[in-house]
Design a protein around this ligand. Structure first.
Ligand code: NAD
Length: 243
C-alpha cells in the first residue's frame, strides 16, 4: 500500500512512519504536516497529487475538513485516528463515508477492541453485576476520563441500556446497580492501563489491558488501512476488525 501520512511530524506520525519502514510491506509516499518547512515534506494534503492507496491521519481533529475533502475528491480510503472531533466534524466524516471507505477510531489498539468486546459480553452475562472502570495514564494527559475509558463504557452500555456513567465518585452514599463508575489515575510515565471490574455477587471478573508503548496504535492503524483496501464506501471501526 502507498500511504499518505497526515501529521507525520507528530509523536504518532513518526511512530507510524517507523513501523511502515520496519514492516517493509507498505510505503509512505507522502509525509504531510503543517509544521514542515519547504523540503521536509508537504505542509498540506492538497499539495500531493501523486499515486496513493490510503490516507492515515494522526494530525488533529481540526484537520477533519481538509482530510475528508481531499479523500473524497481523490476517491481515497482514509483511516482517521485523531480524537476529539466536534459534532460538525463527525458530520463531515459521516458524509465522506458515503463516498469513500472511512475507518474512524480514537483507539487503534486491537487489544482494546478485544477488551471492549469481552466487556460487553461479560456485562450481558452478569446483568446484576457492579461494573467499575479504572484507567491509569501519565501525568501529562489532559483529558479525563480517557477517550478509551468512555469507549469501553459505551460498549458496556450496549448490554446495559438503562445504565448511567458516574465519572469519579465524589459523594457519600451507596452505589446503584445502574452506575458504571469510571475512575482516573494520573502519575509518572504510565502509557495507559484500562481495567474493568465486573463484580457479580460471589464472583468477580477483572478484564485488563496494558499498553507498553504507542507503537501498538501504529500497528492498529496499519491493520485498519489494510482492512479498508477494496471495501465499499462506509464508516468502519475497530469492531469491524475484531468481528
Ligand atoms: N487513535 C489512536 O489510537 C490514537 C493514539 C494516539 C494519539 N491519537 C490522536 O492522534 C492525534 C495526534 O497525536 P500525537 O500524540 O501524535 O500529537 P502530536 O501533537 O505529537 O502530533 C500531531 C502532528 O500533527 C500536525 N498537525 C496538526 N494539525 C494539522 C493539520 N491541520 N494539518 C497537518 N498537520 C497538522 C502537528 O504539526 C503535529 O506534528 C491526536 O488527535 C491524538 O489524540 C490517536
Amino acid at each position: 500500500m502507498n500511504i499518505i501520512l497526515n501529521g507525520s511530524n507528530g509523536r504518532m506520525g513518526r511512530i507510524v512512519a517507523e513501523a511502515v519502514e520496519q514492516g517493509g510491506a507498505h510505503a509512505v509516499v507522502a509525509k504531510v504536516d503543517w509544521s514542515y518547512a519547504a523540503g521536509d515534506g508537504y505542509s498540506e494534503l492538497k499539495q500531493y497529487e501523486g499515486p496513493a492507496d490510503v490516507v492515515i491521519d494522526f494530525s488533529s481533529h481540526a484537520a477533519t475538513q481538509a482530510v475528508t475533502e481531499y479523500c473524497v475528491s481523490r476517491g481515497l480510503p482514509v483511516v482517521i485516528a485523531t480524537t476529539g472531533q466536534t459534532d460538525a466534524e463527525l458530520d463531515m466524516i459521516r458524509a465522506a463515508a458515503k463516498a469513500v471507505p472511512v475507518f474512524l477510531s480514537g483507539n487503534m489498539s486491537i487489544g482494546v477492541a478485544v477488551l471492549a468486546d469481552l466487556a460487553r459480553r461479560a456485562a450481558a452475562m452478569f446483568p446484576e453485576a457492579d461494573i467499575e472502570i479504572i484507567e491509569r495514564h501519565h501525568n501529562q494527559k489532559l483529558d479525563v476520563p480517557s477517550g478509551t475509558a468512555l469507549l469501553l463504557a459505551r460498549r458496556i452500555q450496549e448490554a446495559r441500556p438503562d445504565s448511567e456513567l458516574l465519572i469519579g465518585r465524589h459523594e457519600n452514599g451507596k452505589r446503584t446497580r445502574r452506575e458504571i463508575g469510571i475512575h482516573s489515575l494520573r502519575y509518572g510515565n504510565e502509557v495507559g492501563t484500562h481495567e474493568i471490574i465486573i463484580a457479580a455477587g460471589n464472583e468477580t471478573l477483572t478484564l485488563k489491558h496494558e499498553a507498553e508503548d504507542r507503537s501498538l496504535f501504529a500497528r492498529g492503524a496499519l491493520a485498519a488501512a489494510e482492512f479498508l483496501a477494496g471495501r465499499e464506501p462506509g464508516l468502519y471501526d475497530m469492531k469491524d476488525i475484531v468481528k
